[in-house]
Design a protein around this ligand. Structure first.
Ligand code: URA
Length: 232
């Protein structure tokens, strides 16, 4: 496993648009603040009270990577390992993602990896903590942070890993199969590229199918990289 990516190289000084409709007090009580870098975002996310997920989570897990970056990957929410370590995609799904990055010749140090929701949601089962999918209300509450990341990173291509990542970008439910592996222009400027979530590969019981789906995932990433090279 690669070491977590905590750097943010500092070239970014984008500020939150001043058009917030909340009063300053309300905004502060919900963790809002001016964020200048992904590192600042970590502190800010850890003050977030926009929904209740912070109560049981160990810590918030903001996006990580180089800024600005041409590619930003968005998954669903931190899992058990991410919650404990404070970094996105460092558990079993992260290992699949790292292998796919390697196979597609994508350097994780040159992209940003984040999640639609920044706190782990789980149900205790004995000693284990079982992942629970965040609700739509929790995803909406957390969208403020995703917007901050988009401002800080300014990606040309947002790669949605699975349906929650796609929902975070599009604001509505979509089926992966209908949008998979093609560039979708977004009104805000970047394009969206939808693929599967790496944890979906871990759930495939049969090894041959798992391998086939992994190669399909890698192919999606290779095509995303090639599209980006042709267009930016
Ligand atoms: N699954 C996600 O969606 N994100 C992570 O960071 C880890 C697992």
């Amino acid at each position: 496993m690669k070491t977590p990516h905590t750097h943010s190289s500092g070239a970014v000084h984008l500020r939150r648009a001043a058009k917030s409709t909340r009063s300053d007090d309300d905004a502060l009580s919900k963790g809002a603040r001016t964020v200048d870098s992904l590192e600042d975002l970590r502190t800010a996310v850890n003050t977030c009270r926009r929904c209740d997920l912070w109560r049981n989570a160990t810590q918030g897990v903001p996006g990580e990577g180089h800024t600005p970056a041409k590619m930003l990957f968005v998954g669903e929410a931190p899992g058990d390992s991410e919650d404990l370590q404070g970094h996105p995609f460092v558990g079993p799904a992260g290992a699949v993602l790292d292998r796919a990055f390697q196979a597609a010749d994508i350097d994780r140090d040159e992209v940003v990896v984040t999640n639609a929701v920044k706190h782990f949601k789980f149900e205790p089962r004995g000693k284990r903590r079982l992942h629970v999918k965040p609700s739509i209300a929790e995803m909406k509450a957390c969208h403020w942070w995703f917007e901050e990341e988009l401002r800080l990173v300014s990606p040309k291509l947002i790669v949605a890993l699975g349906s929650s990542g796609a929902r975070a970008v599009l604001g509505k439910a979509v089926t992966i199969s209908s949008l998979r592996a093609k560039p979708l222009p977004l009104p805000e400027g970047p394009h969206l590229w939808v693929t599967v979530h790496p944890s979906s590969l871990l759930r495939i019981p049969e090894e041959a199918s798992r391998r086939e789906e992994f190669l399909h995932f890698v192919d999606d990433l290779k095509k995303a990289k090639a599209w980006l090279a042709r267009h930016h």
